[in-house]
Design a protein around this ligand. Structure first.
Ligand code: IVH
Length: 752
């Protein structure tokens, strides 16, 4: 589960109270200095210590390798490892399956370099039903303005269940290989990729840049042999071929990667000096000619029916392919049309992954736990007897909300034929879209007679505040705000996260640590920026504490100082206000330009009686000028606007925001670089019929050039693009003296 929420706080507290070693610090001994002599230990004590060591070393490894934020110094790390090895030697029967000594690893002073992808590595939108495919075809046609009977081809190919890799060739030479990472920045795995036989190290006759992308995977037979080897060498076997492939590619020692049988299918590309072909199918053929392995089941199809027929055929062959696939990917064949369609924030508009139905498995629901999220949402989570679903061990599943548990959907209609879910029930689990496991069904016949319906709490399990449900909201929320430790902690984690303050050396783990720290507590964002001053005034310095050293403490303070200057949009996103995502924060920041103008506008909007009386009716709200201005920002709806204004109007919340801002220098939203595009920063309205572009395409292209597209003409409009049939908007624009262009004039302005 990615949602490790409120309960963690209490678990953490119990650990601290009992004096367990959590690896989270506060006077806990991360080293081994005070440990008893091993010969004096009982087996139970040894087992407990081995468990604690496994946990500490795993935390330390993750902090070092994954989070890039080491928590302990090398000497402490080595001491923990030696103690673990010694204990294992003295108590061989107690050696754990996840023994730290079995982690093939990397010397701790090495790590992968980072690679910023020249062209972002995208993900794919998912489809599950046949109807979704016809809808995809319709969407593509609509976007491109093609009639339903116009010829339109797509390719269909297996979706390989591995991990994506990008290979950069310069003048034919393989110069760099990188994992996807977050899509923008991946890890440099060049030396490892060079050991994969399917990866050519030279491309004949290819001058300039050629970036080839595809999937690294492990064949079933190779996986079985590798796991047999692991077991015979007393090493932990891999859970599935995907994990084995990922673990093998991300080895710091390329010799280990080389010893693992990895394969690669090429299916896509990034930066190219010269296009590979003018169709997707042609590009795959070209990649194959260049020496890449391409999937033999790739087919060009000319209708949704043909795509689905190929999907069925691949589904039938799935078990005998010899490698894992989890669906079929459809891509628009014509590459110039792909370019016209472009991308949403993380997925192309011209492709879709048609996933195979999720695998299901029955298990027992041991308990229902309530987690409290950043916005106070009480999320019920099923704790399950672990069960393997589609090759992955599942021990938690989401139960969404109280209606879902009771067997109702958001409109009150029955789900699961109205069967509710109770603790102790037998439940069928599936992994939808291979993400968070869900409950598909309940076996009421197996229910214990004494099982009672689940009573959803009406108070926050973490802080005891009332947990309220607003009309129309399926979710019950804790009303405690920042006084609720679970909410406060989640909000702090969001605050320091990517896209927000993104503070070097201060991640989720450190937030958990500082939240419960007596000497240097962080309970609200402003306290991050007083950390250095408070540490200076403390007798026990952070630099002298377990898990920190002079260097790491200094790095942390430097990381914090680096973010004291913060762009307005990051601050706004970092506040974690409900419904205000990263894109919206940017739009709002761009609109108001600077923080004080924005806050003044929020204050005005809150003062309007219209806002206080009605929170949901857009019609009434628009009578309030400050509110109307907020609402007029394209991308800001009534729900978001209400949430934003309410956050600034709420006393406690506002105090926290103001306290934080007094620590910061908030950068005005940088003016868009107009030299880059003639319409950057301009507000454009499209009206009437467009003949060369569809509306969706016109909007997407304008936005890609940095323009803001609005639905209505106001004094803020810079350009009106009016096609035939333009009515009141054209009239209003003329009255306001706004530049009006026809479609050709617009295309000329933006360069065709
Ligand atoms: S195309 C812009 N084709 O699936 C094009 N992806 O869920 C993006 N994947 O990140 C990818 N097989 O790692 C594409 N035949 C295939 C694929 C494929 C597997 C993976 C890829 C991607 C993920 C998205």
């Amino acid at each position: 589960m990615s949602a490790r929420r409120g309960l963690d706080v209490s678990v953490l507290r119990i650990y601290l109270f009992l004096g367990f070693e959590t690896g989270f610090g506060r006077g806990q001994n991360m080293g081994t200095k005070d440990k008893p002599d091993i010969s004096a230990l009982t087996p139970a004590q040894a087992a407990a210590e081995l468990e604690s060591l496994a946990r500490q070393l795993s935390v330390a490894n993750e902090a070092y390798h994954t989070l890039d934020a080491p928590q302990i110094d090398d000497a402490t790390y080595d001491a923990l490892k030696s103690r673990n090895a010694l204990l294992e030697k003295m108590f061989p029967d107690l050696k754990r399956p996840d023994s730290p000594s079995e982690q093939v690893g990397a010397p701790v002073n090495e790590t992968f370099g980072k690679v910023t992808h020249a062209v972002r590595m995208m993900s794919l939108a998912n489809a599950f039903e046949d109807d979704d495919i016809s809808e995809f075809d319709e969407r593509v046609r609509k976007y491109l303005g093609l009639p339903s009977d116009a010829a339109l081809s797509f390719t269909a190919e297996p979706k390989i269940d591995g991990l994506s890799l990008t290979l950069r060739y310069e003048d034919g030479q393989l110069t760099q290989a990188a994992t996807r990472g977050d899509g923008e920045v991946g890890e440099d795995v060049t030396a490892n990729a060079k050991t994969i036989t399917d990866v050519p190290s030279y491309l004949a006759g290819m001058d300039g840049i050629v970036e080839v992308r595809g999937e690294v995977y492990m064949a079933h037979s190779d996986f079985a042999a590798l796991n047999a080897r692991q077991t015979s060498e007393n090493r932990k076997p891999f859970a599935n071929p995907r994990n084995a492939a990922a673990g093998s590619l991300r080895q710091l020692d390329p010799a280990i990667t080389q010893s693992r049988p990895l394969r690669f299918f090429a299916y896509s590309w990034g930066e190219l000096t010269t296009p590979l072909a003018d169709t997707q199918f042609g590009a795959i053929v070209r990649l194959s000619e260049l020496g890449f392995s391409t999937n033999p089941l790739t087919k060009r199809c000319s209708s949704p029916a043909e795509l689905i027929a190929h999907y069925r055929s691949i589904e039938q062959q799935r078990a005998t392919l010899g490698y894992d696939i989890d669906g079929v990917v459809y891509k628009l064949d014509d590459l110039p049309l792909q370019t016209r369609m472009g991308f949403r924030s993380t997925t192309p508009r011209w492709a879709i992954a048609h996933k195979f139905p999720a695998e299901k498995a029955w298990t027992r629901l041991e308990s229902i736990e309530i987690q409290v999220g950043r916005t106070g949402a009480l999320s019920p989570v099923a704790r399950l007897t672990p069960v393997t679903v589609g090759g992955v061990v599942v021990s938690n599943a989401t139960l969404h909300n109280e209606d879902y548990i009771a067997g109702k959907d958001s409109k009150g209609s029955e789900i699961r034929s109205g069967k509710d879910i109770r603790e102790g029930d037998w439940v069928q689990i599936y992994r939808a879209g291979d993400v968070i496991p869900k409950v598909a069904d309940v076996d009421v016949a197996k229910r214990d007679e004494s099982a009672l319906p689940f009573e959803f709490p009406t108070h926050c399990p973490d802080c005891g505040s009332d947990a309220l449900r607003e009309p129309g909201d399926a979710v019950r929320r804790c009303s405690g705000g920042m006084i609720c430790p679970a909410q406060a902690m989640e909000r702090l984690k969001h605050f320091v996260g990517r896209g927000a303050f993104d503070i070097e050396g201060l991640g989720a783990r450190q937030i958990e640590q500082f939240y419960v720290d007596d000497h240097l507590p962080i309970h609200e964002p402003s306290q991050i920026f007083t950390l250095g001053r408070r540490d200076a005034g403390n007798l026990t310095k952070l630099a002298n504490r377990e898990g920190y050293g002079a260097k790491s403490a200094e790095n942390l303070f430097t990381g914090i100082e680096a973010r004291r200057h913060i762009p307005m949009r990051r601050l706004l996103f970092g506040l974690g206000i409900r419904h205000v995502g990263e894109a919206a924060a940017r739009l709002i920041a761009r609109h108001y330009g600077n923080w004080s103008a924005f806050v003044a506008a929020m204050d005005l909007a809150a003062l309007e009686p219209a806002f206080q009386e009605t929170a949901t009716s857009k019609e009434v709200l628009t009578k309030s000028p400050a509110f109307a201005e907020l609402l007029a920002i394209d991308g800001v709806g009534a729900v978001m606007a209400t949430s934003l204004v309410a956050a600034f109007a709420q006393g406690n919340e506002r105090t926290l925001i103001d306290r934080l801002c007094s620590e910061l220098t908030i950068e005005d939203e940088a003016a868009v670089d107009e030299s880059q595009s003639p319409v950057a920063g301009k507000t454009v309205v499209f009206t009437g019929t467009l003949e060369k572009l569809t509306r969706a395409e016109a909007k997407a292209r304008a936005e890609a050039l940095g323009a803001k597209v609005s639905g209505s003409v106001s004094a803020k409009t810079n350009i009106l693009v009016a096609g035939p049939g333009a009515g009141s908007k054209a009239k209003k624009a003329a009255e306001l003296g706004i530049e009006t262009l026809d479609e050709d004039g617009w295309l000329e302005l933006i360069g065709g």
